[in-house]
Write a protein that binds this ligand. Structure first.
Ligand SMILES: O=C(O)c1cc(C(=O)O)c2c(n1)C(=O)C(=O)c1cc(C(=O)O)[nH]c1-2
Length: 691
């Protein structure tokens, strides 16, 4: 396998000292980051609890409007960028597509080194969802990378040179990849893998951070029951699978491809597990059964990898409802009692509050449209909606396989008591493939592990429920939405929340936005060239607070859908109060043509968003962000057109070119709101474009 490539080591002693600061990062350091008001972002979700709540408040709801661009950094990639950057002592470690690591000096935005693991790009088909990577871990001077091809690589944080590498999937059958970020717990690097859509058996492995020696491995689903089970948890799980379909031959799935958290006081780590392989419950386990430990939260002892408890969120998964979505550990007062809980919003559309000491169910409520279960009983079992498991004919799956929430990081702010969920609705009409037989995935037949019928699907009706995406602020105690903001479509990025009463989120239409964490009021936004998937981070350097986000459109939804210029290269955008840097040329180019001067009421922008999405988006694209094709992007028209929009919308001159007549469908008030959305979006993206 490939060798490391290191470049441009710093000669500046100050920078070298900062690079060496990662030597201080151990389990206590990572933990303290959640407890203290610290300057760094040393672990994927900030600290082990992964709440992505920063105590920094120099940037706050009062001054966030003054945020300006400090620098941009070109990641030189063209596909999905999903990484949460880590920052310690002002040095950022971030990954781009194809698992390439970049070390950047955040004081200048300059490259310190890059590390390219030289993943074989002809093997991209082995991954379901783009050649993405969600970021690195750091520990005692090393950076740990899970490479797309299944290697775990330790890199010297100061030099960018490889220290050791292990092939974590050696000897395993099937198309394994890694896209998730490793975590380091008490000197052990923990990593899962991906591939449950292609017929693999999921597992989690721990390696010694110093040497790379394997310490333990825990499988998510049982292997061949005629052979000895690896441990007692596998024997217990096997009782919940029907062996008649030989689940071990197609792996069974359950890949832990994203979420791992850790509670140092309980000494428990929590793993979110994936979907069944194949998706169809009937094809996988014809006589039914819960199929442990698919779609579950599993608690393990991080020293030994031994199973401690599990809670299964989707028993007998039938819909690709992974529970790999990010978990948050926090303490909540519920019915007068302080409880140590896990907050979780998996793909299946329900928001869970679970007791993390013992895995007991506390509550669950749907945060998005759901048509497979009506709720959960007091024991934490879902109440199935009749017919939801019947794959004999096409049925709208809501949430669809993209999930009501996917890996896009959720955050939780203890000051507001709210969790900020990148919610989405992407219904899909699916049914079982009655002829399904396991066939190891190959280029051109990548979905052979799913057991759903693509040929029939091409002929079925579009789901009635329409795709949409929102930022949802969720109260986990009351189990209800506190506020929500509508986006132009599904797929917006992860969230960050801060003690400055702020929530940051990047959007599918290519902006980084700051909201008031209590109320949801939009306070600031700035264009970032292309749609955002990853979560922003915040940190202090030389007494100044920065906010950074790595952008690059792609991922599973982004491979087939776009709202923005998908040609824009992967880029890290970094903002600070008073920042005056220029946006890259590929954003700058578009600014001169933006519509200007149309009078509008900002209070109507939100209503206008919904009206625009329902009536205009399909042909005209997202204002300002798409360039427009055969049909114009309305934010690049002269102001006179927008001012007179009613004349185009109601019996307009373009009807003979295919423009519908909206007479009787849109009122003058509706049209005013649409104008507000178009001009409001143009105004929102202009300020930093115009510098
Ligand atoms: O079953 C798996 O192993 C697996 C892996 C991944 C991945 O590695 O990114 C995704 C999924 N499943 C998945 O179901 C999914 O919706 C998804 C979205 C994305 C993405 O990066 O946008 N990855 C994945």
């Amino acid at each position: 396998m490939g060798a490391s490539i290191a470049q441009a080591q710093s000669t500046d002693p100050g920078t070298q000292a900062r690079l060496d600061a990662t030597k201080r990062v151990d389990s206590k350091f990572i933990r303290a980051n959640g407890a203290g008001k610290t300057a760094d972002w040393p672990s994927y979700g900030l600290d082990y609890s992964e709440a992505r709540f920063s105590k920094l408040d120099q940037v706050n709801a009062g001054n966030v409007k003054q945020l300006g661009l400090a620098w941009t950094y070109n990641l030189e990639s063209t596909r999905g960028v999903e990484a949460t950057p880590l920052v310690v002592d002002g040095i950022m470690y971030v990954t781009a597509t194809w698992s390439v690591v970049h070390a950047i000096d955040t004081r200048t935005g300059q490259k310190l080194w890059t590390f390219d693991p030289k993943v074989d790009k002809t093997k991209a088909y082995k991954g379901c969802c783009d050649a993405v990577n969600r970021g690195v871990a750091m520990y005692e001077g090393k950076i740990f990378l899970g490479a797309f091809d299944g290697r775990l690589i330790a890199i010297d944080a100061a030099t960018g040179k490889m220290v050791w590498e292990k092939n974590t999937v050696e000897g395993q059958k099937g198309n394994y990849t890694i896209t998730g970020a490793p975590r380091v717990i008490k000197g052990k690097v923990v990593i899962g893998n991906s591939g449950a859509d292609f017929g693999v058996r999921g597992f989690v492995t721990a390696y010694d951070a110093k040497t790379g020696a394997q310490k333990w491995r825990w499988f998510v689903v049982p292997g061949d029951p005629s052979k000895p089970f690896e441990d007692a948890s596998m024997a217990k799980a096997a009782k919940t699978w029907d062996p008649s379909a030989k689940y071990w031959e197609h792996g069974g799935g359950g890949t832990a491809w994203d979420s791992i958290t850790y509670d140092p006081d309980l000494n428990l780590m929590y793993v979110g597990t994936g979907n069944g392989s194949p998706w169809s419950h009937k094809a996988r386990s014809p006589k039914g059964g819960d199929n442990l430990y698919l779609a579950s939260i599993v608690a393990l002892n991080p020293d030994t990898g031994k199973y401690v408890w599990h809670y299964q969120e989707t028993p007998g998964d039938n819909w690709d409802y992974t529970s790999t979505q990010p978990m948050i550990l926090t303490d909540l007062k519920i019915d007068g009692k302080q409880r140590k809980v896990i907050l979780h919003a998996p793909k299946n559309g329900f928001f869970f509050v679970i007791d993390r000491t013992n895995g007991k169910f506390i509550s669950a409520k749907n945060f998005t449209e759901v048509n497979w279960a009506s709720g959960y009983d007091k024991n934490g079992r879902p109440i199935d909606i009749p017919g939801a498991r019947d794959g004999s004919k096409p049925r709208d799956s809501i949430p669809g396989p993209y999930g009501g929430h996917n890996w896009h990081s959720m955050s939780f702010n203890p000051q507001t008591g709210l969790a900020y969920i990148p919610q989405q609705n992407i219904p899909l009409n699916i049914m079982d493939d009655k002829t399904w037989k396991f066939n190891e995935a190959a280029p051109g037949r990548p979905q052979s592990g799913t057991g759903w019928n693509t040929a029939e699907l091409l002929n079925v009706e579009q789901p009635k429920s329409k795709p949409s995406g929102r930022l949802v602020a969720w109260d986990p105690i009351a189990q209800k939405e506190a506020w929500g903001v509508e986006h132009v479509g599904p797929g917006s990025g992860g969230t960050l929340t801060t003690a400055g009463n702020l929530v940051f989120q990047g959007t599918v239409d290519g902006r980084l936005v700051a909201y008031n964490a209590k109320t949801g009021e939009k306070l600031w936004d700035s264009p970032v060239g292309t749609g955002v998937l990853a979560a922003p981070v915040t940190y202090m350097v030389d007494g100044k607070q920065y906010v950074s986000v790595a952008v690059g459109w792609g991922g599973n939804f982004g491979m087939v859908q776009r709202y923005t210029d998908q040609q824009a290269p992967g880029t890290v955008y970094t903002f600070a109060v008073g920042g005056t840097a220029k946006v890259p040329d590929y954003v700058q180019k578009k600014v001169d043509k933006l519509v200007a001067g149309v009078k509008y009421d900002p209070a109507k922008v939100q209503a206008g968003t919904l009206l625009y999405v329902a009536n205009c988006l399909a042909c005209h694209g997202v204002p300002a962000v798409d360039r427009g094709g055969a049909i114009p992007n309305l934010a690049y028209l002269d102001a006179a057109y927008i001012e007179n929009l009613d004349k185009f919308i109601l019996k307009g001159p373009a009807t003979d070119r295919g423009m519908p007549d909206f007479t009787g469908k849109l009122s003058m008030g509706d049209i005013d709101a649409i104008k507000a959305f178009i001009q409001g979006t143009a105004d929102a993206v202009r300020p930093s474009m115009a510098k």
